[in-house]
Design a protein around this ligand. Structure first.
Ligand SMILES: C[S@@+](CC[C@H](N)C(=O)[O-])C[C@H]1O[C@@H](n2cnc3c(N)ncnc32)[C@H](O)[C@@H]1O
Length: 399
């Protein structure tokens, strides 16, 4: 069982991730503010610069960057090569600027019955609205957490958190750790990390985003998330509303795979995060829960069929059926790859209008689920505009 939440995204049609394009700069341009009575003041924005190593355990070392995201800071326990890649590629803008969040957040952090703290909307949100964008407090190489004995991890983890700027350190330490006993930072990471691929053969990391950690789980969440790590040096985690949300509604993400049946979901929520999921989908009466599981199984079967370019069983009705199953299951936060498959298969069947319709729906969903600028998005835009010129046109018809 992977430790962290996996950002959704990878699909059949996704090209390999491009090189990290980020860059580090020594100094920002000074900003000059003029007032009538005072001399010009030079304000220097914090400098984003990786420092270290500050101690190593084997190949994993502690690096710190107090200026990251306009002085919010970040620490990393990773290989020297990973830091070299970040240094070589980090772009000035994305490394120094904090991600833009509204001055007044659209949510309130509050206590939720049987769940600890959580986030509740304080305004109406619509599908596609950004809820928050955050940079990590800490990046940890996957092999450090998974391969080293815990006792060898503790000192470096403690030192890493101690070196965070004070406000971010406080936010980190305020997070919940669902494992009571043991090492506090390890417990926090076990409850609150996301898988992040920084690109390249050594790119697998876990990232912790203290503000994001307040999202509780729902098997049919009203928000989706993505992490811009493999094609963007900002390392930002973004959550986006996937349907209309009323003030007072809890904001949720899913910690689990969208297509997992109820028993598997409940088992994993219990083992990995220590709670018994009582979301509306998990509380369905047994007949309705069995019907839902059957639909999830049918979705998986149809998608397997659609991914097989030699299959002769694919029909337009099957494609409509798949879209309908996602709707009935209220999986509007996990539809991008299904719409992509439907668009491609419509085109392969020579169903031009359907290809246009689902390619456009795929573009909208891809931006929400994976962020804008993915290779899939470009491919779906091209398909929506000129289906007949796409390489898939009538591929299932002409063989
Ligand atoms: C990432 S944290 C979410 C925020 C957390 N509630 C807090 O107080 O900071 C994950 C933990 O929240 C709790 N949690 C999340 N979703 C839940 C749910 N649907 N039902 C009950 N507890 C939940 C579990 O204790 C889980 O280990």
């Amino acid at each position: 069982v992977p430790l962290g939440l996996q950002s959704p995204g990878a699909c059949l049609w996704r090209p390999p991730p491009p090189q990290l394009s980020c860059g580090l700069t020594e100094l920002d341009e000074p900003r000059i503010s003029l007032t009538v009575t005072e001399k010009p003041k030079i304000q220097r924005r914090p400098v984003s610069r990786w420092q270290g190593p500050h101690g190593c355990v084997g190949e994993f070392c502690l690096f710190v960057n107090p200026g990251f995201a306009n002085g919010r800071g970040i620490v990393a326990i990773t290989t020297k090569q990973t830091i070299e890649n970040l240094k070589a590629n980090l772009k000035e803008k994305s490394s120094t600027a904090a991600p833009a969040n509204p001055a007044t957040p659209s949510f309130t952090v509050t206590s939720i019955k049987n769940k600890g703290l959580g986030l509740v909307a304080n305004t109406t949100l619509h599908r596609g609205d950004t809820i928050m964008t955050q940079t990590p407090a800490i990046l940890v190489h996957r092999n450090f957490l998974e391969r080293l004995p815990p006792t060898k991890q503790h000192a470096l983890l403690d030192d890493a958190i101690a070196r965070l700027p004070a406000p971010l350190r406080a936010s980190f330490l305020a997070q919940m750790g669902h494992v009571e006993a043991g090492h506090k930072i390890t417990a926090i990471l076990a409850t609150n990390t996301f898988q992040m691929n920084l690109g390249g053969p050594d790119g697998h990391h876990y990232g912790n985003f203290p503000e994001v950690s307040r999202f509780n789980h729902d098997c049919r969440p009203n928000a989706a998330f993505h992490i811009a790590a493999d094609r963007d040096s900002s390392l930002t985690h973004t959550t986006t509303a996937v349907r209309a949300i009323q003030p007072g509604e809890e904001l949720t993400i899913s910690y689990l795979g969208a297509l997992e049946p109820r028993a598997a979901r409940q088992l994993r929520a219990h083992h990995a995060w220590g709670f018994d999921c009582a979301c509306a989908q998990c509380r369905l009466p047994s007949a309705a829960a069995a019907a839902s599981d059957a639909r999830l199984g049918e979705i998986a079967d149809i998608e397997t069929e659609l991914a097989d370019v030699r299959s002769e069983r694919v029909t337009p009705a099957m494609l409509r059926r798949l879209a309908g199953l996602y709707e009935v299951e209220r999986l509007e936060g996990s539809v991008a790859s299904a719409y992509t498959l439907i668009a491609l298969n419509s085109n392969m069947l020579g169903e031009e209008e359907m290809a246009r319709e689902f390619a456009a729906r795929a573009v909208e969903a891809l931006v929400i689920e994976n962020g804008s600028g993915s290779g899939d998005e470009d491919a779906m835009r091209a398909l929506a505009e000129r289906p007949r010129e796409h390489f898939t046109w009538r591929r299932r018809v002409v063989g």
